[in-house]
Structure formats: structure tokens, C-alpha cells
Design a protein around this ligand. Structure first.
Ligand code: NAG
Ligand code: NAG
Ligand code: NAG
Ligand code: NAG
Length: 359
């Protein structure tokens, strides 16, 4: 009986969830055809099983609901969906927009997606799901736009800033980005506590290897340099690892490899509560001579430490802002409140604009 259930759930899944996925259908329909071709006896057996099942199914008080079967079976399909598959399916103009999220951040993901959809760039978005719940939820609503690079992260650990779980979560970013570069794509990485107010791609001027934004909150002149800023008190610059654009060049790959090395050299410890940003800055500093780097304009890509804290500056630079980052604040609820206060929490009123709908 359980193998029959399995079969049935796979069919149910293949007929709705996977409609848009090019690779899935054949796999799941073949076994049915093979079974039926063995003759009418088997068909009769199947039919009678179906009847029996129809009678007893409603009385089954086990956790084995149709729903869990469905998500389990669709999960087994998406488990085999690899980063190369997903990148090939999602990339437009050889370019991907990538984020990495765990289930707790789905509201932020949706908020970010609404803002991207308003710039008509959502088709390029690939969500790197850190847990299976995220993988299923995104792909159920938006087939093919989420991928999980194993291993999956343990849910509870993943979203506390400064925790080892958070470090593990962010430490995998450069690996994912390097793999995408090795596959030959341009990639824009964003944290999902960001909101787009305009299309950032026109700002990725020239043919540099790596584009990034400063996380320093002091106001710079409009004509500030586009080079890597000089090191600060800690001996390294304060570039944000939250928004990075990379071209698939040897220079960009070198920065990712160096970043991975730096994270390995200085892994998480209770005392330091590291996140991945210092490692990124050491990597930039140490490769600056070999890599063509471009600091994006502050007016377009301000740190949250400036945008949310200096009304004068915001007024002076009105109409020039492109991506707003909700950082320089700790805590899930505080971030949501701040976005609401500034009219940037879009999920309450505009969820229908998201490719995921209300989530
Ligand atoms: C495709 O990418 C190139 C180079 O990055 C860019 O100049 C061009 O505008 C893009 N075209 C579209 C349709 O997005
Ligand atoms: C983080 O990664 C380390 C090393 O891979 C592992 O030993 C540890 O259990 C992980 N911790 C969490 C909370 O995910
Ligand atoms: C920016 O403009 C000021 C005033 O015109 C000038 O002195 C300065 O050298 C410029 N800086 C850069 C980095 O071009
Ligand atoms: C806020 O912005 C104004 C206008 O750009 C600038 O003159 C001032 O120094 C900024 N204040 C702080 C605290 O950075």
C-alpha cells in the first residue's frame, strides 16, 4: 500500500508542482506506463486498490496526510535539482541575481522580491535555500527558482546574528558564488534585508571584476573615488558583503577563493562572534593589486547606517538611491519595524506583486 501511495503522490506532484520544470515529467510518468502495459490484471488490481484506499483514506488518523506526502515527494524531486541546473534555468543574459535564505527570512525574501519585480528583474533571481522548507516553499510557488546546495542547515541555528549557526550560514556564500562564476555567469549577490528603489544594473559600469559598496556611514563627496577604500582601524576596509556584483573573470574568482581561505583561517569562535564580512575585506585588501575592483557610488548604495540615520543626507540625495540596506540594527522585529516606518515593508500591501504571492 505504501508503494502505491508513493506512486500516487508522485503523479499528483508531477501534474501540478512541476509543470514549469523541464526535466521532471518523464521521470515520474514512465513507471505508470510500464505498470499498465503489463496487462489488464494489474490494472484491475490498481483500480481495486484505489477503491479500498478511497474508503479507508479519510479514516487514517496518522501524520501521513496527503499534504505531507505531496510535499515529501515534491521535495524528493527538488533535492536532485543542482546549482548548475538551476543557474541554467534561471539565468537571463548570462546573469543571475542570487540570495541565500533560511525559512525564518521568507518575509524578507518576499519583500526584496517585490522590489525587484518592480524593476522587472525578478526572472533572474535564484534563491539559494539553506533549508528544505525554503526549497519547497519557493519552488512550489515559483518552480525552479530555488536550489539547495547540500548539506541543509539546521533550522534553529540559522538566524541569530553572531551565533555559530549564522556564521556557518554566511560562510558558505563565497563557495556558492565561486561555483556560479566557474559556470560562467555574472552574478549579483544581495542580502534579503534590502529593497531596490531602482534597477542597479546600469550602475555596474565598465568591465571590472568585482563591484561592491562601502559600509561606512560617514558622508562622502559626490565624486568619491571608485577604488577600494583604505584600511580602517582594524587594518582592513569596511566593505559590505551584502551586495556584490561579480563577472566570471579570473580576478573575481580569485577574490572568492581568498574569501574562502580567510574564513577558514579565522573560523567562528565564541569570543569573536565572527560574521563573513571581515573575511571578505581581508580578501579584497590582499588581492587589490591583482583584481579590478569598483566601489559603487554612496548616493546610490548607501549603508543603513547612513540612510536610516541622516535625514539631511537623504533629502540632499533624493532620487539618487538605488538599493537600501536595512543594516546597522540588530533583530528581526526591529528591522521589520524600521522598514515599515520608512514605507519599505512592501509585503503587507503588495504581496500580489511578488512571484511568490503572499507567504
Ligand atoms: C545584457 O548584458 C549586457 C552586459 O552586461 C548589458 O550591456 C545589456 O544591457 C544586457 N541586456 C539585457 C537585455 O538585459
Ligand atoms: C557549524 O560548522 C561547524 C564546522 O563545520 C560544525 O562543527 C558546527 O556543528 C556547526 N554549528 C552549527 C550551529 O551549525
Ligand atoms: C572631487 O571634486 C573636488 C572639488 O571639485 C576635487 O577637489 C577633488 O579632487 C575631486 N575628487 C575626486 C576623487 O575626483
Ligand atoms: C548628515 O548629512 C549631512 C549632509 O550630507 C552632512 O553634512 C552631515 O555631516 C551628516 N551628519 C552625520 C552625523 O554624518
Amino acid at each position: 500500500m505504501s508503494s502505491f501511495l508513493h506512486q500516487r503522490s508522485l503523479q499528483a506532484a508531477s501534474s501540478d508542482t512541476f509543470e514549469l520544470s523541464p526535466r521532471s515529467r518523464q521521470n515520474y510518468q514512465k513507471p505508470t506506463v510500464a505498470l499498465l502495459s503489463r496487462g489488464p490484471a494489474l490494472l484491475l488490481l490498481l483500480l481495486s486498490l484505489l477503491v479500498i484506499l478511497g474508503v479507508i483514506f479519510p479514516y487514517l488518523q496518522s501524520p501521513i496526510s496527503l499534504f505531507s506526502f505531496k510535499s515529501w515527494s515534491s521535495g524528493s524531486k527538488w533535492r536532485e535539482y543542482t546549482l548548475p541546473d538551476a543557474a541554467a534555468y534561471v539565468a537571463k543574459n548570462n546573469t543571475l541575481i542570487v540570495c541565500a535564505v533560511s525559512e525564518a527570512y521568507l518575509p524578507f525574501l518576499n519583500n526584496w522580491l517585490i522590489s525587484i519585480a518592480r524593476q522587472k528583474q525578478q526572472d533572474k533571481v535564484l534563491v539559494i535555500a539553506e533549508d528544505f522548507a525554503t526549497l519547497y516553499k519557493v519552488n512550489e510557488r515559483w518552480p525552479g527558482h530555488a536550489v539547495l546546495v547540500p548539506p541543509a542547515l539546521e533550522a534553529a541555528a540559522a538566524h541569530k546574528f553572531g551565533s555559530q549557526g549564522f556564521f556557518n550560514f554566511t560562510a558558505r556564500r563565497p563557495r556558492h558564488l565561486l561555483q556560479i562564476l566557474e559556470l560562467g555567469y555574472n552574478v549579483m549577490y544581495n542580502d534579503v534585508d534590502m529593497v531596490w528603489l531602482a534597477d542597479p544594473f546600469p550602475y555596474m559600469e565598465g568591465e571590472h571584476d568585482v563591484y561592491f559598496t562601502d559600509d561606512m556611514a560617514f558622508v562622502k563627496p559626490l565624486n568619491h573615488s571608485h577604488g577600494l577604500p583604505p584600511p580602517g582601524k582594524k587594518g582592513r576596509p569596511y566593505i559590505c558583503s551584502c551586495m556584490i556584483y561579480l563577472r566570471p573573470t579570473p580576478g573575481a574568482k580569485l577574490v572568492m577563493k581568498k574569501w574562502i581561505e580567510e574564513l577558514q583561517a579565522e573560523p567562528w569562535s565564541k569570543a569573536k562572534k565572527a560574521n563573513d564580512q571581515p573575511g571578505f575585506n581581508w580578501a579584497l585588501l590582499k588581492t587589490a593589486a591583482q583584481v579590478d575592483m569598483y566601489l559603487l557610488p554612496q548616493t546610490a548604495f548607501p549603508t543603513g547606517g547612513l540612510y536610516f540615520r541622516n535625514k539631511t543626507w537623504v533629502k540632499e540625495t533624493k532620487g539618487m538611491h538605488v538599493i537600501i540596506h536595512n543594516n546597522y540594527i540588530v533583530g528581526f522585529e526591529k528591522k521589520i519595524k524600521r522598514f515599515r516606518d520608512y514605507g519599505l515593508w512592501l509585503v503587507d500591501d503588495y504581496a500580489s506583486e511578488s512571484p511568490l504571492g503572499k507567504i
